[in-house]
Design a binder for this molecule. Structure first.
Ligand SMILES: Cc1ncc(COP(=O)(O)O)c(C=O)c1O
Length: 372
């Protein structure tokens, strides 16, 4: 089956390097290789390493370090991938068959619906509701998950709302997955990017139906090395590895080596602290900007992650508004339509202060014109 366009990613790949202000990003401004050298990456030693293939499912050292993050997991349960997106893709590719259902929350990172449909599966969504602090709509949730549901996809902390599921919500979701025999795929790439709240609890260990994907791109602030991972029951991890052999074989040697440094407990905490500091500095700027529009703009402040989901009080479709911002202000934003929630814009808040202020000013000009 032909695969539909992943609209948001295509819009970003088309424009992100051409606009003056890319406010469509979703992580914090990234670390440099120099910062990673300061954390212990031995560049000098690496210069003499033959650039051969690396261990395709991740070097043992890296898998050991990742397994240590997820209590009770072993190295056979870890598959190291090219980014979290490849991790998600491998799970879908290995599990979904024609006639299956895949359930997911909306709004969300919209990678998997297109993949699921291309594999002949049906996608059933349930809403996260702003009125209840982005809790799932439980009636919709019950309807979306049945015995046909092979896979449930969540992002927690969620892209784009920045919300974190409560413990009670997590219990309820796990219970339902166990009752319906569904794999619960929890994409935790934003875990560690909490702004002013305790660390998000992982779904890992709550049930043997749980699969976790994550990577270095968001909370760690290192998207350019393209390292992600899958943590799963052994059989499922092996099925993902079998797909990986066909797709990209494995991650690059240099990336694997850098990742080993980043995931060391001390460095991981340093990355998280850096992310938190950037976001804690930027959030008040975004708050003041939203407040400046009175009731015409509303949001629930993100609890985690580098994006703000803003609701605007006008009927204009979000893609049209984003297009206005791009063509008139040379600034890229993500329309709500690309993340499964019309009437919103998704705005990056992870950049440098001056960049954030100018980006917001430009978006604000179009909003002011719209509200006039
Ligand atoms: C929830 C979520 N998962 C996965 C990805 C892709 O991550 P990566 O760059 O690690 O492939 C993103 C990127 O925005 C994301 O927001």
């Amino acid at each position: 089956m032909p695969i539909e366009l992943f609209e948001m990613e295509r819009m970003q790949s088309t424009w992100e390097n051409l606009v003056d202000y890319d406010m469509s990003e979703s992580g914090v401004r990234p670390l440099t290789l120099r910062e990673l050298v300061e954390m212990g990456f031995d560049l000098e030693e690496f210069l003499d390493q033959p650039l051969g293939y690396s261990q395709s499912n991740g070097t043992l050292e890296l898998r050991e370090a990742i397994a240590a993050i997820y209590p009770g997991s072993s190295v056979e349960q870890i598959e190291v991938t090219n980014g979290t997106s490849e991790a998600n893709y491998l799970v879908a590719l290995s599990q979904l068959r024609p006639g299956d259902d895949m359930a997911m929350e909306a709004p969300n990172y919209m990678q998997l619906p297109g993949v699921a449909r291309s594999l002949g599966a049906q996608v059933r969504t349930f809403s996260l509701r702003q009125e209840t602090g982005w809790e799932p709509d439980w009636d919709e949730f019950e309807r979306a998950l049945s015995r046909r549901t092979k896979l449930l996809y969540l992002s927690n902390p969620n892209n784009p709302t920045g919300s974190v599921l409560s413990g009670a919500a997590m219990d309820r979701i796990v219970e339902r997955c166990e009752a319906t025999g569904t794999w619960l795929l929890s994409d935790e790439v934003y875990l560690g990017a909490e702004i002013d709240r305790p660390r998000t609890k992982s779904f890992w260990g709550m049930s043997d139906r749980v699969i976790v994907t994550s990577g270095l791109s968001k909370a760690y602030g290192i998207p350019g090395v393209r390292i992600g991972w899958i943590v799963a029951p052994k059989g499922l991890a092996e099925e993902c590895w079998a797909q990986h052999d066909y797709l990209t074989i494995g991650p690059s040697k240099m990336s694997d080596r850098i990742a080993r440094v980043a995931v060391e407990p001390r460095n991981r905490e340093r990355c998280y602290a850096r992310t938190r500091a950037i976001l804690a500095g930027n959030l008040p700027i975004a708050r003041e900007w939203v407040g400046g529009f009175g009731r015409r703009l509303t949001w629930r402040e993100p609890q985690a992650g580098a994006i703000a989901l803003i609701k605007y009080d006008e009927g204009l479709p979000s893609s049209d508004l984003a297009e206005r911002v791009r063509t008139r202000q040379n600034t890229l934003v993500v329309p709500g339509a690309h993340v499964g929630l019309e009437g919103h814009l998704r705005i990056w808040i992870g950049g440098r202060e001056d960049y954030l202020r100018e980006g917001l000013t430009r978006i604000g000009r179009e909003l002011t014109a719209l509200f006039r």
